[in-house]
Design a protein around this ligand. Structure first.
Ligand code: GLA
Length: 386
């Protein structure tokens, strides 16, 4: 679906706090959680493979305060939400037991508290959110919203969580309350991001480390005009194909095997292509880390471009618009490499661009598409603001 270009304005947390006080008469705790880019490692997270995302300098902010006036506040499962989303001009009061019937925006806001409330006492809460992560561009605006919500709600409820627990709480909210069968990459990048760095995560062991991002190249995300929606079925279908390929290979997670097992899948060419993407992509992440650490941006760019071809030909999650946009970016001087980013079937194209060519590249590409580009700076992960 084509849509109007939208790069949201920056959020001012002080103004969010003022709007919260004006609406609810309460002073909130505010959490900030960034969106992410993914340099390489697409559709590998839920297969136990490697990913290389980075938190970015665009975030969602969630303001939360305890509402003292509700009855039965502290009983498990008996709390209520007062929700507001100024960007949507939406406002709602909802008991947690009715959350599944609530509108989608309300489920996004309330999901972390609903999950936390399954096992711990959670008070009734006022929640207001604002975001500056572009939506539908593969930059994980929804994960940012849920991570910020998880942090703020845990803080107000007096529950101490590690960054990993915050990430998994947000992921459970997205899977169980919003209904998107996502992996953990986006939430993990949002909670573990570090300024100037990408995050190398092994999605089988959850071992991770930072890898310095290139200092002589910029990360630019171009909008394709096709909004991707994970909930729409293509993503879930790929997940189940990967699960079937894993079973046929005799492993639990596809990345417990590797390309040596390709002949095992010869009877089902579709599953063979899906597995070939996952295995080649995880290998590319390994090579990309070596290239990054060796300062070899040409190789890193070539790996990103190869990732797009694999997403297009083997995993079949690109579309005409992102293929054309990736081709355009790849053939623009100053671009090391480019590929579709995120869950697929649209969204944004991430390009690695020589720092001194950024303005020129953006001007050339956006002149052809008429759609915006966002320069992303690898940034720190989620935090509670003072
Ligand atoms: C979405 C999901 C992630 C991951 C990517 C594809 O962003 O939320 O968990 O699976 O798609 O790499």
């Amino acid at each position: 679906m084509a849509h109007a270009p939208t790069t949201p304005p920056r959020v001012d947390p002080a103004r969010l706090a003022a709007a919260f006080r004006a609406r609810f008469g309460l002073t909130p705790r505010i959490a900030r959680a960034p969106g992410r880019v993914n340099l390489i490692g697409e559709h590998t997270d839920y297969n136990g493979g490697l990913v290389l995302p980075a938190a970015i300098d665009r975030a969602c902010y969630v303001a939360v305060a305890r509402v003292e006036t509700e009855p039965a506040d502290e009983a498990i499962g008996a709390f209520a939400f007062h929700l507001a989303a100024p960007d949507l001009d939406a406002d709602l009061r909802l008991p947690v037991i009715d959350l599944h019937q609530g509108p989608l925006w309300a489920r996004y806001l309330a999901a972390p508290a609903a999950i936390l409330g399954m096992t711990r006492p959670v008070p009734s809460l006022a929640i207001m959110a604002q975001g500056e992560v572009p939506m539908g561009m593969g930059m994980s605006s929804s994960a940012a919203l849920l991570v910020a919500g998880a942090l703020a709600v845990a803080d107000v409820a007096g529950v101490k969580l590690t960054p990993f627990e915050v990430a998994t709480l947000a992921q459970r909210g997205e899977r169980e309350i919003v209904g998107t069968p996502c992996g953990l990459m986006d939430q993990f990048a949002s909670t573990h991001g570090a300024r100037g760095c990408a995050v190398l995560l092994d999605c089988a062991s959850f071992e991770w480390r930072t890898v310095p991002a290139p200092s002589t190249a910029a990360i630019v995300v171009f909008e394709s005009g096709v909004r991707h929606k994970l909930a729409e079925g293509g993503y879930a279908k790929r997940r189940s194909e990967c699960a079937r390929a894993a079973r046929a290979t005799g492993v639990m997670l596809l990345c417990e095997a590797d390309a040596a097992a390709l002949p095992d899948l010869a009877k089902d060419p579709v599953l063979q292509r899906r597995a070939r993407h996952v295995w080649s992509e995880t290998a590319r992440v390994r090579e990309a880390v070596a290239a990054l650490e060796g300062g070899d941006l040409r190789t890193l760019g070539a790996l990103m471009t190869a990732s797009h071809a694999s997403l297009r030909d083997d995993f079949e999650v690109t579309c005409a618009e992102t293929d054309a946009l990736a081709d355009l970016a790849q053939s623009t001087p100053g671009v090391y490499g480019a590929r579709q980013m995120g869950g697929g079937f649209g969204g944004g194209v991430i390009a690695l661009v020589a720092a001194d060519a950024v303005d020129d590249v953006i001007a050339k590409v956006t002149a052809r598409t008429g759609l915006p580009a966002v320069v992303c700076t690898p940034s720190d992960g989620a935090e509670i603001l003072a």
